[in-house]
Design a protein. Structure first.
Length: 214
């Protein structure tokens, strides 16, 4: 479906010009490993992936059961500074590796478009709305675990970086020039176009939409 939409969009915008030779490719495997031959890709588009870590932080391994029993699947104010630091260090390691691997796979002048979930504030403990949402998500996952629908071991840890962290790592790598970096907000309900954050016209439908989005 996406390929057909791409063809139609090109035909509508470039009526007198034939599209250039191209192909799309999706490969199984972790984006924290090599996926393509060296200098073989012109454009990478990563959408809502890079907030997932390659594995759970080592500092969390011994306390994972405790965190899950508390209903915690993301950084909270009750977590120790050492665990919070381990989340940050793992993101730095993973994202730096991602940049290095994609740099090797891109042709000279190739580009990347990266979109992933982050946080507004540099302080990892700020942003109560995010923590409230993930608290609800944690409750849902806990319920699935208790019903045997999900194994605790399969709950992957994730981290929401700030825009400052991302920019700093890109600059530190020295591999890419950053043409554009923007932070924007999206409604968790993809079908709600209202600008107000406090008004929900159909709470049941909106709740289902948010659940499907997650």
């Amino acid at each position: 479906m996406l390929v057909e939409q791409f063809k139609k969009s090109w035909g509508g915008n470039q009526k007198d010009e034939a599209p250039p030779p191209w192909y799309m490719c999706g490969l199984p495997g972790s984006y924290y490993t090599r996926l393509f031959p060296c200098q073989s890709v012109h454009l990478f588009h990563s959408l809502f992936c890079l907030h997932w870590r390659s594995h759970a932080p080592e500092a969390l391994e011994g306390t994972r059961k405790t965190c899950l029993d508390k209903g915690e699947i993301y950084i909270t104010k009750t977590m120790s500074p050492s665990i919070v630091k381990s989340f940050q260090q793992l993101f730095q390691k993973d994202f730096s590796l991602f940049l290095k691997l994609r740099y090797e796979e891109l042709v000279f002048g190739g580009q990347m478009v990266l979109t992933f979930i982050g946080r507004k504030h540099e302080d990892v403990f700020c942003g109560e709305s995010n923590h409230h949402f993930y608290g609800l998500l944690a409750q849902s996952l806990q319920s699935m675990v208790e019903k045997g629908l999900l194994e605790k071991e399969k709950l992957e840890s994730f981290y929401l970086p700030s825009i400052g962290e991302v920019v700093a790592l890109v600059e530190q790598s020295g591999l890419f020039n950053m043409d554009h970096c923007k932070q924007f907000e999206l409604n968790w309900d993809p079908y709600d176009d209202s600008e107000s954050e406090d008004v929900v016209h159909d709470s049941i439908r909106s709740g289902k939409n948010v659940a499907m989005c997650v």
